[in-house]
Design a protein. Structure first.
Length: 208
């Protein structure tokens, strides 16, 4: 059984997609140990509690500095000791000590086709604003392992989504979620839970 902790910051639609996929059997051999958010008001925490899953808030603002938060967050994670950490719309940089402690055991969903529209400053709706500003005709989403770079770890899966005439950042975000994110992330978790994906090192993975 793959034990996972899901980290979230806002609405939690990706978390919901994971919970629905576990309920419907599209994700097997997986148990959600807890959901952690940097934002106590996140709707995602409510979604977790509604599902009977332990939900915790850990806000950087409650700590004297980022290092103190990083340390507390990593210790919390070590106590939970998951097999896999899933970043499902988590908008805080993962502490380097957590990346080291959970090497090859953290995955992230990003709402673009990496390496486009990713890295520092590209998160949430901003990614879609930048894609529309640039006038791309195709965008999408990427699931990848997390290493010590920003959106630089080995790519697990990607799915392209068309940009349509008249799109706003909000309409584009919704289409990318519906057509890519809510499919890719549950699929990747199921693949890891059922041993179909193997991480080689911080730069590469392969399917078995
Ligand atoms: C999702 O689009 C996710 O891909 C993105 O934040 C949104 C969260 O939505 N993540 C990033 O931008 C990470 N760099 P949700 O809370 O409804 O799942």
């Amino acid at each position: 059984m793959l034990k996972i902790v899901v980290c979230v910051s806002g609405g939690g639609t990706n978390l919901q997609a994971i919970l629905d996929a576990i309920d419907s059997g599209r994700i097997t051999n997986t148990q959600v140990l807890a959901v952690i958010s940097n934002n106590a008001g996140a709707k995602a925490l409510e979604r977790a509690r509604d599902h009977g899953i332990e939900a915790r808030a850990l806000s950087p603002r409650k700590y004297p500095d980022r290092e103190a938060f990083n340390q507390a967050f990593t210790e919390e994670m070590e106590k939970l000791s998951p097999d896999l950490i899933v970043l499902a719309g988590f908008l805080v940089r993962i502490p380097p000590q957590m990346v080291a402690a959970f090497s090859g055991r953290i995955v992230n969903i990003h709402p673009s086709l990496i390496p486009s529209f990713c890295g520092v400053g590209y998160y949430g709706l901003k990614v879609h604003e930048k894609a529309l500003e640039r006038g791309v005709k195709v965008t999408g989403a990427t699931v990848h392992f997390v290493n010590d770079g920003m959106d630089e770890g080995p790519i697990i899966a990607q799915k392209a989504v068309d940009v349509e005439e008249g799109d706003t950042p909000e309409t584009l975000q919704r289409r990318v979620m519906e057509q890519a994110e809510w499919i890719l992330l549950p699929q990747a978790i199921d693949d890891i839970a059922n041993d179909r994906i193997h991480i080689i090192d911080n730069k590469a993975m392969r399917r078995k």
